[in-house]
Design a protein around this ligand. Structure first.
Ligand SMILES: Cc1cc2nc3c(=O)[nH]c(=O)nc-3n(C[C@H](O)[C@H](O)[C@H](O)COP(=O)(O)OP(=O)(O)OC[C@H]3O[C@@H](n4cnc5c(N)ncnc54)[C@H](O)[C@@H]3O)c2cc1C
Length: 398
C-alpha cells in the first residue's frame, strides 16, 4: 500500500484523466520511482452498464500499444471497446467522398471507439495495483513553487508535497500552466460540439462515419449493440438550440443532417455541449515542470486525435525520463526536459495546423475551394497507397 503521509516524491502528476493516469502507470513501472498523482475530482466508477458514456474517444493503434505496455488494455477489453474496420468521410456541399478500410492495410481494424469512463476506470484500477503511486483525490492545488533542485505544491487540505519534477496533465484549462505563467497561442473556432448516443434502425457496420457540413463535421462513431456516439460540431448557438429542442425533433434534424445513412434514429440519450478550442502552449517545459495532453495542446475533435496526441506525449516523456535516469542525469533539469519539448512540439504542431486547415477547407462555401475538396477527396479515394499512408499516420503507426 502506498504511504499517504509521504511528502517527498520523484515525480508529481497533476491530473488523473486519461493522459495523467497513463503517465503515472508508465512511470510506476520504471524501477524505484515514487509517484504522487493529484486530481481535484473523484471519478465515478459505478454506472448502469446498459448505458453509454456520452464522451468517447477514437483510440489509435499507437495508444492501444501504450495501454498494453502499462497493463491497462486488458482491463478495457474486459469492460467494453468497439473496434471499427472502416471509415467513410463525405462532403455535404459536393460529391467528394473517401472510404478507408482496414482490410486494404492488412490490419484487423483502424482503431477502437472507447467510452472515456471505461478508459479512466481501467487506468485507475491499474494505478491502484502499483504500490509506488500515491493518489491524492479529491484534492485541489492551492500553491506551487519552483526551486532549483525541487518543486513543491500545497494541497487545499494543507499538505505540502515535494518532487524533482511536476507534470501538468490537468486538461485544457490547466491551473498549473496558468500558475507557471506559460502562455498559449491559439485560434478561436467559435464552435461547440454536441455529444449524445443514439440507436439507429440500420447497423453501423463497425464503421466510423463523418459528414462535413458547412457548419462543421458530424460524426457517428460505432458502439456495441448498434448504438452510435454522436459528435456534432457547429456554432455555439446552434449547439445550444439542438440541446433544447425535444428528442423527437432532434432525432429528425440529426437524421436529415446525416442523410439517413443509418436509417431512422430510434432513440436519443442525454445531450451535452462542449466548447471547442485550438491552442498550443508557447513552452511545454520549464525547469522542474512539463506539460502533457490537453494542458499543452487542445485541438478540434474532427479527426479524433486529441487524447492520442496526449498519449504520444506520455510515450515520449517516459522515454526521455528513462534515458536520463540511465545516464544518471537529473530528469527535472531544463536541458533534459527540452528534449521532450522538441520531440513533441513538431508532431503536435503539424496535427494542429492540419486540423485547422481541414476545418477551414470544409467550412468554406467558396466555389473553387468546394471543387478542390471534391476533386481532392475523390482522387485520394482512388489512390490506395496514398490513402494507406494517411491512415497509417492517423493510426499513429510509424
Ligand atoms: C466532443 C469531444 C470529442 C472528442 N473526441 C476525441 C476522440 O475521438 N479521440 C481523441 O483522441 N480525442 C478526443 N477528444 C479530445 C480528448 O477528449 C482530450 O484530448 C482528452 O480528454 C485530454 O485528456 P487529458 O487527460 O489531457 O485531460 P482531461 O481529460 O481534461 O483530464 C484532466 C484531469 O485533470 C483534473 N484537473 C483539472 N484541474 C485540476 C486541478 N486544478 N487540480 C487537480 N486536478 C485537476 C481533472 O479532474 C481531470 O481528471 C474529444 C474532445 C471533445 C471535446
Amino acid at each position: 500500500m502506498p504511504d499517504s503521509t509521504q511528502k517527498n516524491f520523484d515525480i508529481i502528476i497533476v491530473g488523473a484523466g486519461m493522459v495523467g493516469a497513463s503517465l503515472a502507470c508508465g512511470l510506476a513501472l520504471q524501477d524505484d520511482l515514487n509517484i504522487a498523482v493529484i486530481d481535484a475530482q473523484k471519478p465515478v466508477f459505478d454506472w448502469d452498464e446498459n448505458s453509454y458514456d456520452m464522451r468517447v474517444s477514437a483510440i489509435t493503434r499507437a495508444s492501444q500499444e501504450l495501454f498494453k505496455s502499462i497493463g491497462a488494455w486488458d482491463r478495457m477489453l474486459a469492460q467494453r471497446v468497439s473496434p471499427y474496420q472502416e471509415m467513410v468521410v463525405w462532403d455535404a456541399a459536393s460529391s467528394g467522398k473517401i472510404h478507408f478500410d482496414s482490410a486494404d492495410m492488412g490490419e484487423p481494424d483502424l482503431g477502437h471507439i472507447i467510452e472515456n469512463r471505461v478508459i479512466v476506470r481501467a487506468l485507475h484500477q491499474r494505478m491502484a495495483e502499483l504500490d509506488n503511486i500515491s493518489l491524492f483525490c479529491p484534492q485541489k492545488l492551492v500553491d506551487m513553487n519552483e526551486m532549483e533542485d525541487a518543486i513543491t505544491v500545497t494541497l487545499e487540505a494543507g499538505a505540502q508535497l515535494e518532487a524533482k519534477l511536476l507534470v501538468a496533465a490537468d486538461g485544457t484549462r490547466s491551473w498549473v500552466r496558468q500558475k507557471a505563467d506559460i502562455a498559449v497561442k491559439g485560434w478561436d473556432f467559435d464552435q461547440a460540439a454536441l455529444v449524445t448516443t443514439v440507436k439507429t434502425s440500420d447497423y453501423h457496420h463497425d464503421t466510423a462515419w463523418q459528414r462535413f457540413l458547412p457548419t462543421g463535421p458530424l460524426a457517428f462513431l460505432p458502439l456495441p449493440g448498434g448504438y452510435s456516439s454522436i459528435v456534432w460540431s457547429t456554432s455555439p448557438d446552434e449547439a445550444r438550440r439542438l440541446t433544447e429542442i425535444d428528442k423527437k425533433q432532434f432525432a429528425e434534424e440529426l437524421e436529415q443532417a446525416f442523410e439517413s445513412r443509418l436509417g431512422r434514429i430510434e432513440s436519443v440519450a442525454g445531450r451535452a455541449v462542449f466548447p471547442l478550442r485550438l491552442f498550443e502552449t508557447l513552452h511545454y517545459v520549464k525547469p522542474r515542470l512539463a506539460l502533457v495532453g490537453d494542458a499543452a495542446h487542445t485541438i478540434h475533435p474532427l479527426a479524433g486525435q486529441g487524447v492520442n496526441l496526449g498519449l504520444s506525449d506520455v510515450q515520449s516523456l517516459l522515454s526521455v525520463i528513462k534515458e536520463a535516469r540511465e545516464e544518471n542525469r537529473d530528469f527535472g533539469a531544463l536541458k533534459v526536459l527540452r528534449r521532450y519539448e522538441r520531440w513533441r512540439r513538431a508532431d503536435n504542431r503539424a496535427m494542429l495546423v492540419a486540423m485547422d486547415t481541414l476545418k477551414r477547407m470544409f467550412g468554406s462555401e467558396l466555389a473553387p475551394v468546394k471543387e478542390v475538396r471534391q476533386l481532392g477527396l475523390n482522387i485520394l479515394d482512388k489512390v490506395t497507397p496514398l490513402k494507406n499512408l494517411i491512415m497509417h499516420q492517423a493510426m499513429g503507426l510509424k
